[in-house]
Design a protein around this ligand. Sequence first.
Ligand code: MN
Length: 166
Amino acid sequence: MRLRHFALAAAMTAAALLSGGMTGSVSAAGMPAEDSVNQVSVFPAGEKNPYGAYFTGQSYLQMLVAEDVPIGNVTFEPGCRNFWHIHHNSKQILLVTGGRGYYQEWGKEPRELHPGDVVEVPPEVKHWHGAAPDSWFSHLSVEVAGEGASNEWCEPVSDEEYGQVR
Ligand code: MN
């Protein structure tokens, strides 16, 4: 009985923390508080993304594993998404860790993403990934790169294209 009570209390505390992270941090103006960047994932957000020139909006990057199988934590502010791009000779695996976002392949419908979702991005497929308009979003990016792998950055996801997602 005592244990059950404790478990319930712990669950309620976790719920309070979660709601604090998702809604409690929204300011009176309705914009997410700046520190939301550090609340969306259990992994460190790192610094402003050095590849920011290929993103619409602000993103953050923390490399977690630098060599062999590179793994980075990518955090997107609400509305932020990367440009259409192609991973040549490299498979990318997205492990969604926080918030709500989208993945879209060229010519296909956007796929809504939530924590726990896994996306396998095949080599040579043009795509983008990023946050929903009203939510922070974070995913781990795992690179399985072949010989001579490279990234090709294409055009930005237009407001019209992004307007398909909610
Ligand atoms: Mn990608």
